[in-house]
Design a protein around this ligand. Sequence first.
Ligand code: G
Ligand code: MN
Length: 270
Amino acid sequence: MTLSTDFDPTRAETRQMRVAHRLAHAIARNGLQVVYQPEFDLHTRQLVSLEALCRWHDDELGPVAPDEFIAVAEARGLIVPLGEYMLGQALADLPEVLRRWPQTRVAVNVSGVELARPDFAVRTAAAIRSVNPALAAHLELEVTESVFHHDVPTVRQHLQSLRDLHLTVAIDDFGTGQSSLARLHTLPFDKIKLDRSFVQALENPMVQAIVRAMAQLTESFARTLVVEGVETPAQLEQLRALGCRMAQGYLLCRPATLADLPDTPIWPQA
Ligand code: G
Ligand code: MN
């Protein structure tokens, strides 16, 4: 019998410490890249939003996957500086974004750890004001189910006061983990991003019914539904037929630097 030696807690700990150390270094030295992935209106083909995504290629560690370094950042007290870094980059890029797509918003992902901090809204508002208060109306915050592990009244207050400044709020990866229908009414939001697992199971009639119901549900509350993870023309057509208006995914556009993003959509016309 051979015992698995794949998981070695000491080595895992060492790797986490190393990643945390290098990540702190990268944040301090502007060493993280930001790529943007658009969301499109399937009716008008308009680019409606650009999601800012962090990418990291470290000199010593090589490329580190976002799933890994974001988990490390959350565990090792680096998620707040990382979040501030991403917000700063989004604010810095917004003038160019608005020149190219005047009606757009830039969306930044915000972790529950950040939103649970008492000064989140104040600091976010201050960061915006220090650049240009008018940019608030072009920012979106994407929050995941992880916010439900934290103090929900605090999170709600932050989101409410930032919405008062005209930021919008999207519930990310909806339908997974804790982001259940039962909790939907407990946070203020403008948009739901339906997790890509629904698209991956779209051949199942019950999944089709769920997607159709989500499109109707959001419409009846004057909210937006964006379907994540669209990878094939067949999925795109099926989503349209189910009443979905907005989508994101590799078929439409992969995450890219601002310089590499095409000005006009290049995904296949129906
Ligand atoms: O949790 P969130 O939805 O913010 O995660 C975004 C991540 O999903 C990014 O890292 C992005 O590269 C990835 N992604 C975006 N579109 C697609 C897609 O169509 N298919 C898959 N598998 N991943 C995608
Ligand atoms: Mn997201």
